[in-house]
Ligand binder design. Structure first.
Ligand code: FES
Ligand SMILES: [Fe+2]
Length: 377
């Protein structure tokens, strides 16, 4: 076989199998999603003790809840008796305990085994030892993040560090006070594409002029194809005639008070690997979490966050939501169009990245490094 040398302008992508092989997806679950901090829920979805949500993280089901002391808790959603799934509902609320539907072992919100048939006749069974097994959990930006690793990596370095790497400092995101914004709208997209295609799409803007007419109208510099994530601290400026980040450029909602003059009339996009994208604009924040379900399926949950009084007063956020909802649909359609090509023999060795996409090469190198694989020369 002759190896063809690429022109200097082009660098290779991952091979097609990286997007189609269930075995590679299983490795990603083990080495990426089960090892890193993974964003599972909005804190306000777990507002009170006993509110819960179940989420698949890698190959595990995780039960996330709030204890009596209001701290966030995450447990393997597996009964310690004979392994039944403790909670089958995606979300809900218990008064004070989780009871297994099989033989009624019952765990309090701290995970302790508090009741079971005949438990008093088994005094040697430790209530904590046979309690639910916890995983690391914490809250940041009003979201719950969990980590299944036995020794979780530094949250400061991996999660906060990713934001700092993009914006230059942590204060820049603090200005948006994301933890105290309210969810004005949530849309869940079921995307028939590998999670990496969605990350790659989010990282580049080479496609913006082709598929995002509304977005390039609001952010004219996107028409040149240079992604907002390309330069540290850079936010794409609104067009001169644009009044707000809305589908028709009409005025947005009330500006978040902490947003600085430099940040006003600008759009910032941030990727927090492996599954979070955040968009910052002066009057709202768009927060995406991806839930990779299979090698060819990813559920994306997206929140539009506004100042609490904007949501409480029932202000019309439709034009505001519609802009990025359209962008999402345009992007996910492109990802779904790409997924079948990944299994073509033509793509066995992958495709190419143009200069404005070269930073995606760093993402590919990162995936390979996590999986311990090296690209064949
Ligand atoms: S498996 Fe849960 S109580 Fe038996
Ligand atoms: Fe896009």
């Amino acid at each position: 076989m002759t190896s063809t040398r690429l022109p200097d302008s082009l660098i290779p992508t991952l091979p097609g199998s990286a997007y189609t092989d269930p075995g590679i997806f299983a490795q990603e679950q083990e080495h990426i999603f089960e090892m890193m901090w993974f964003c599972v829920a909005r804190s306000s979805d777990l507002a009170t003790p006993g509110a819960f949500r179940t989420v698949d993280v890698g190959r595990e089901s995780i039960l996330v809840t709030r204890a009596r002391d209001t701290s966030i808790r995450a447990y393997f959603n597996v009964c310690r008796h004979r392994g039944a799934r403790l909670c089958t509902d995606e979300a809900g609320e218990v008064r004070r305990a989780f009871q297994c539907p099989y033989h009624a072992w019952t765990y309090d919100l701290d995970g302790k085994l508090v009741a079971a048939p005949n438990l008093t006749r088994m005094p040697d069974v430790g209530r904590t030892e046979y309690g639910l097994v916890g995983v690391a959990a914490r809250e940041w930006l009003g979201y719950v993040w969990v980590c299944l690793a036995e020794n979780p990596p530094s949250f400061e370095k991996d999660v906060i560090g990713a934001v700092v790497e993009r914006l230059g400092d942590v204060e820049s995101i603090e200005h948006y006070d994301i933890a105290n914004l309210s969810v004005g709208r949530r849309i869940v997209y079921d995307v028939k594409a590998n999670w990496k295609l969605i990350v790659e799409n989010f990282m580049e803007c080479y496609h913006c002029a082709t598929i995002h007419p509304e977005l390039t109208e609001v952010l004219p510099e996107f028409a040149d194809g240079y992604a907002a994530q390309y330069y540290v601290g850079h936010g794409a400026q609104f067009g001169a005639e644009v009044r707000g980040f809305t589908v028709d450029g009409s005025a947005g909602l009330d500006r978040i008070p902490g947003v600085s003059e430099d940040q006003d009339r600008r759009y910032y996009a941030i990727t927090v690997k492996p599954q979070v994208f955040v968009n910052l604009v002066p009057d709202h924040v768009i927060f995406h979490r991806m839930y990779p379900m299979a090698h060819d399926r990813t559920v994306v949950e997206c929140d539009w966050l506004y100042l609490p009084h904007v949501v409480a007063s029932g202000k019309d956020v439709r034009r505001s939501v519609e802009l990025f909802d359209r962008v999402n649909r345009q992007d996910f359609e492109a990802c779904e169009r790409t997924q079948p090509g990944m299994s073509s023999r033509l793509y066995a060795k992958g495709g190419v990245l143009v200069p404005s996409e070269h930073h995606i090469g760093a993402f590919h190198a990162w995936v390979n490094e996590r999986l311990g694989t090296r690209r064949p020369e």
